[in-house]
Design a protein around this ligand. Structure first.
Ligand code: PSU
Ligand code: MN
Length: 304
């Protein structure tokens, strides 16, 4: 096993027994939501996964160790430290590990560490993608490359329209990543259930999600699978309202010259400020919804 990897005793026991495990990311804790809602949400998501018969593995880098399974104290530390924790993507792992530093894992690094530990299913809120204006900025999230090469199913609520959703889907198509709509033909847009863009396949049950991913693994096709699960109707936001807020946030980031890894956290915080916290409640609810589906799917996958 990787000498930098620590699998928590509970996660290790579950993996050894072939029980379902669901990975969770930590950038959503440190950079995706404000304290203390971030910590409350992270713990509630873990509880939801347990309630649905799986073991949660919150993933992070703590003191240079790759953690598959964080303690509540480690989650509190990441949440309280917030944006002062390094947002760790693939390129950050070597130096953070060598220096013994902390890192909050994005979708990319959560997939990497989950795969090292042998965890196949991962639940989060939204993924990174091709940013609007990428034709000049070249801002394309490393998450898309990771989905192309690392064998983990990522359950999310689609992508926010801070991204160019059409170009994001084109990129995933080029890279051979299956994009599945859970109970829908349309890519959900995070805060809203619809985007106007079609997914590759609609799947209606956790069992079929598990079967499709098991087939991918058995064929030795590299890369993951993207499951997009629409936010529950009662928590979804009005599209005109949220799209106007997103447009304002994007305009502000351009005005301030925000670049690189700062862009996504800046936009998330700005949208939260503009909507006065309405977007935060939607965000929390969709993550819980994804945790439920991921736990059910991991349970089916454990029977394959
Ligand atoms: N999108 C969200 N919420 C998030 C993120 C993206 O709606 O918290 C985080 C995830 O950790 C994702 C990362 O992997 O931002 C993508 O960052 P970038 O765009 O810099 O690749
Ligand atoms: Mn980027």
């Amino acid at each position: 096993m990787n000498k930098y990897l620590d699998i928590s005793p509970e996660v290790k026991a579950a993996l050894d027994d072939g029980k379902p495990v669901v990975a969770l990311e930590s950038t959503i804790i440190s950079h995706g939501m404000p304290y203390p809602q971030n910590v409350h949400t992270a713990l509630a998501v873990e509880q939801t996964i347990r309630d649905h018969g799986a073991v949660p593995a919150t993933i992070a880098v703590i003191g240079g160790r790759l953690k598959a399974g964080c303690t509540p104290e480690e989650i509190e530390h990441l949440g309280r430290t917030g944006q002062a924790v390094t947002k760790a993507s693939r390129r950050d792992l070597p130096v953070l590990v060598a220096r013994g530093q902390d890192g909050a894992t994005t979708v990319t690094t959560t997939m990497i560490i989950a795969a090292m530990a042998g965890i196949k299913v991962f639940a989060t809120g939204g993924i990174g993608g091709v940013h609007r204006g990428a034709e000049t900025t070249m801002d394309i999230s490393a998450d898309l490359e990771e989905l192309a090469q690392t064998p983990v199913m990522v359950v999310c609520a689609g992508a926010k329209s801070i991204l160019d959703l059409g170009l994001t889907l084109e990129y995933l198509e080029t890279k051979g990543v299956p994009v599945i709509g859970y109970g829908t033909d349309e890519l959900p847009a995070f805060y809203t259930r619809r985007s106007g863009f079609k997914v590759d396949y609609r799947i209606d049950t956790p069992q079929e999600l598990a079967s499709a991913f098991a087939a991918k693994l058995a064929m030795g096709l590299k890369g993951g699978m993207l499951v997009t699960n629409p936010i529950p109707e009662q928590y979804s936001l009005d599209p005109d309202y949220i799209n106007a807020a997103i447009d304002r946030a994007v305009a502000r980031s351009v005005e301030l010259g925000i670049k690189g890894k700062e862009t996504t956290p800046f936009l998330l915080a700005e949208i939260k400020n503009i909507t006065g916290g309405l977007s935060l409640e939607a965000n929390i609810q969709l993550v819980l919804n994804n945790a439920r589906l991921a736990a059910q799917t991991a349970a089916c996958l454990a029977q394959e």
